[in-house]
Write a protein of this length. Structure first.
Lengths: 311, 313
């Protein structure tokens, strides 16, 4: 619009500037509701959480709240530094993240490659892959909890019939299998989604690249390593980032499977239990800040990694 | 590539035996069979938990809790469905979830499309900053502000003499907090839709004397309708599935949302020891079917939205 104003007389330029000012005002006016919402439900609470983490606030407490400095973080009677349950929950969450993200990526890539080739029923296949993603995590967790039941679960029954076990494995209550059980739900629910994201990346790769490689006598495996993987790299990184951030804040599956069982808590569950269950708002806020920092650390690692590969 | 070249080829190169095998109908099927095997595996893997949920929901209790399992119930029954609907909080939860999810979706679309109009069709200082703000909000961990939201929801003194009303244990607590994850995403995706429209689209309307707001809802909004459907659907699913905030801010059973209801069934005897799995599976089937229908009907739209959100992020 403004490009029309070629060597314009001063009057017109003034009008142009006026128009620009009016547009700017209108734009901010249109943004106002969204900014108010974001400020109110995200930015203010974030600042408030940070503030609360330096206090000994409790929910519905009768005594006044005190400013306690860094007590919640390092030196007080209840502090993150000495809280072994907290560190255990961090470790549990990171283990879960490493397991699920690597499985989902490997399986997702295989599925994406399969679905990317043309065959009858490809459309149906893609729709079916969306189904596990769409159902509530809580519902998926309940379905699996029942399948993994120690006496009447289908997994135990099948294992027994195939003579793989005595059919009495308590997948969920046994600490040795608990993490594997909960990971299985997440992998089932999210792998198709990962596959769909990778599939979107695969479909942008021009087909004539493969034709040219075929002409030069490149094998399927060579084509995969030299064409598919490098060109898919951006989609892979974005997918990994999204999945990692999601996995680090996992709550639903663990809560449905274990409630607040101490040995299987994730960061999010310990945090929620401290705030809502015990009412320690001050200390819980310190945990929130720690989680925020841990997740930010992962974002920074990924972003620097992205930058390095860009150059 | 042309048909002529293809017909010539076999003559030019003497076909070897293995080549002939590969070209034959039988050979083609045989070579592709591992591939189809893989497809079938994926298919079963994705669908089996649903099949099992349906099987369990129509199995009477005496067969459900007996070993060895009957893979196909001999006497299928709908009793579990009746029992699920007779649990009073389950009906309530369906209505509550619908009200919350629809309100959140409409609010996100309304506020989000206005913001997307500004971000996608205007040039002004600070635009880049707002875009970054929205993007960083989409990857924001909700757990990080739970403590603050918990006190805010329970009626909080904002300072400056402003007191928030106590909305703990009401739908408003969920509607407002769900905007954290639906709104930034909506703004982000709708902006990309707005930007994709041709640059000079509004000019004709402006020449005819239309105001910017008229341009917005008469010209632009109808054109980004597919984007509205996509983002609306994703916002709806996200709100329908949310668990953490609902668990933290809702207490009374009649105010439960679906995810809480699904985990709250207790057996007839009232003991938590024996969970009524038949009833629970009936409930999971009931809440899953609408989502499956929605996804199957609108799968192209969802895919477009998901990849727009992820790839452009």
């Amino acid at each position: 619009m403004s490009s029309v104003a070629t060597p314009a007389p001063t009057g017109r330029r003034k009008a142009g500037r006026n128009l620009q000012a009016r547009q700017t005002r209108l734009a901010w006016l249109l943004l106002l509701p969204a900014l108010v919402v974001v400020a109110f439900v995200a930015i203010y609470p974030l600042g408030k959480t940070l503030y609360q983490s330096f206090t000994d606030q409790e929910f519905l407490q009768t005594t006044p709240t005190h400013w306690v400095g860094f007590d919640n973080y390092c030196c007080g009677p209840l502090s993150l530094r000495h809280d072994t349950i907290f560190w255990q929950s961090v470790w549990q969450t990171i283990k879960f993240t490493l397991i699920t993200v690597s499985f989902e990526f490997a399986l997702g890539l295989i599925i994406a490659l399969v679905v990317n080739s043309s065959f009858k029923g490809r459309g149906v296949m893609r729709a079916i892959m969306l189904v596990p993603w769409a159902i509530p995590t809580v519902v998926a967790a309940q379905m699996w909890k029942w399948m993994l039941d120690d006496t009447f679960g289908v997994v135990n029954d099948a294992a027994h019939r195939l003579h793989l076990s005595d059919g009495r494995t308590a997948f969920i209550s046994d600490p040795h299998t608990a993490l594997a059980a909960v990971s299985a739900v997440d992998i089932w629910k999210t792998t198709p989604f990962v596959a769909l994201l990778l599939l979107a990346g695969l479909q942008v790769i021009p087909g004539d690249l493969y034709e040219a490689a075929e002409m030069d006598g490149a094998s399927q495996l060579q084509q995969f390593w030299k064409i598919t993987l490098p060109l898919l790299a951006p989609a892979i990184l974005v997918t990994l980032i999204f999945r990692t951030l999601d996995a680090l804040r996992v709550f639903d599956v663990f809560y449905v499977f274990f409630g607040n069982r101490a040995d299987t808590q994730t960061m999010a569950i310990y945090n929620q239990q401290t705030i809502v269950g015990s009412g320690y708002v001050g200390y819980g806020s310190a945990i929130s800040v720690a989680i925020f920092l841990i997740i930010s650390l992962f974002v920074i690692i990924y972003v620097t990694f992205l930058r390095v590969t860009d150059e | 590539m042309s048909t002529a070249a293809e017909t010539v080829q076999p003559v030019a190169r003497p076909a070897s035996r293995s080549r002939a095998f590969r070209k034959s109908r039988f050979g083609r099927i045989l070579l592709r069979s591992p591939f189809y095997f893989l497809i079938i595996i994926i298919f079963i893997y994705a669908l089996f938990p649903f099949v099992w949920a349906i099987r369990s929901s129509i199995t009477p209790d005496n067969a459900l809790f007996a070993t060895p399992l009957q893979y196909f119930p001999k006497h299928p029954t709908l009793d579990n469905y009746k029992a699920a609907f007779q649990t009073d909080f389950f009906w309530h939860s369906l209505i509550n979830s619908a009200v919350v999810a629809i309100t959140v979706t409409l609010l996100s679309l309304l506020v989000g499309s206005l913001a997307a109009y500004a971000l996608g069709r205007f040039r002004f200082r600070g635009r880049g900053f707002v875009m970054y703000l929205m993007l960083s909000m989409t990857i924001f961990p909700q757990i990080a502000i739970l403590g603050a939201l918990y006190t805010m929801v329970a009626g909080n003194n904002l300072g400056f003499g402003i007191h928030l009303p106590n909305i703990y244990d009401t739908k408003w607590a969920l509607i407002l907090t769900y905007l954290i994850f639906t709104l930034p995403f909506t703004v982000w995706v709708l902006t990309s839709f707005m930007k994709a429209l041709p640059r000079d689209l509004e000019e004709a309307a402006y020449v005819d004397g239309a105001t910017p707001i008229q341009v917005f809802y008469k010209v632009l909004l109808p054109l980004i309708a597919p984007g509205l459907v996509t983002t609306g659907l994703l916002a709806f699913i996200a709100a329908w599935n949310e668990y953490l905030f609902a668990l933290s801010f809702i207490q009374t059973p009649t105010n439960y949302t679906v995810p809480i209801a699904i985990t709250s069934f207790v057996g007839k005897s009232g003991s938590a020891f024996q969970q009524p799995w038949g009833e629970i599976m009936a409930a999971t089937v009931i809440v899953t079917i609408p989502l499956i229908v929605l996804v199957l009907v609108l799968q192209k739209r969802i895919l477009a939205g998901l990849t727009a959100g992820a790839v452009k992020g």
